[in-house]
Design a protein around this ligand. Structure first.
Ligand code: MN
Length: 231
């Protein structure tokens, strides 16, 4: 090989709290229905399902601050506030007891969803990619180093729209805790440094509209605030 035929894409990255360095991103995985109350609100039975996964492009990760573009091709953009895990190490078939050793740090993110497109995809048995993996579909706070957060096992996770509380839950309500999520996911793919995992959302998902001010956070990790772009 003598070189690339076009300029290589830049490496997507995430800011790190209190640092000029950034975290390089490889892939973004998301867990579906990891809080029982949200599984129920989506019409599923939380007791019967093993975790399932979908993914977003690494460059769908944008800062959860400032102004967020309202995406095209939807009339029902939904918020899902989630604890985000960043991996510094990878591997396959990771035992749950070892899984947290792979973690570099934690953040708070939004798994933005075109709920109208997702409903059509579910009805017709089609992929979720265009419902979940669109541009800027993964706003994320700066990463918090482990030295600041430890491994959060419990703590309030919440989201407000225009000052009104919409989503609220606790990390200890996760059906599959972070270690189990990493372990389970590593049976399907070989995880690698730079992978991010969105760990699921508590109940109360709902629509975001142009001009909405969104605040969210996870107790013991961090908070974020952004505005959805106007018409
Ligand atoms: Mn989600």
């Amino acid at each position: 090989m003598t070189g690339f035929v076009i300029t290589p894409p830049t490496t997507a990255s995430l800011a790190i709290s209190g640092s000029d360095q950034v975290f390089p991103l490889r892939r973004v995985f998301c867990v579906g229905r990891n809080y029982a109350a949200h599984a129920r609100e989506m019409g599923a039975d939380p007791d019967r399902e093993p975790p399932f996964f979908f993914s977003k492009p690494a460059d769908a990760v944008v800062p959860a601050s400032g102004t967020l573009p309202y995406p095209p091709a939807t009339r029902e953009l939904h918020h899902e506030v989630e604890l985000v895990v960043a991996l510094k190490e990878g591997g396959a078939d990771i035992a749950p007891e070892r899984a947290l050793d792979l973690v570099w740090g934690y953040a708070v993110g939004l798994d933005l969803t075109r709920r109208d497109l997702q409903a059509i995809a579910k009805k017709d048995g089609r992929p979720w990619d265009m419902a979940k993996g669109f541009d800027a579909s993964a706003p994320c706070s700066p990463l918090q180093p482990l030295s600041c957060t430890g491994h959060p096992q419990q703590g309030r996770i919440w989201l407000e729209v225009n000052g009104e509380l919409k989503q609220e839950g606790n990390l200890d309500e996760m059906i599959w805790p972070v270690a189990d999520v990493i372990s389970y996911l590593s049976r399907f793919v070989t995880l690698a440094p730079g992978d991010l995992i969105f760990t699921g959302t508590p109940s109360g998902v709902g629509a975001l509209n142009p001009g909405d001010r969104v605040r969210g956070g996870v107790e013991g990790v961090t908070t974020f605030e952004l505005v959805v772009a106007g018409e």
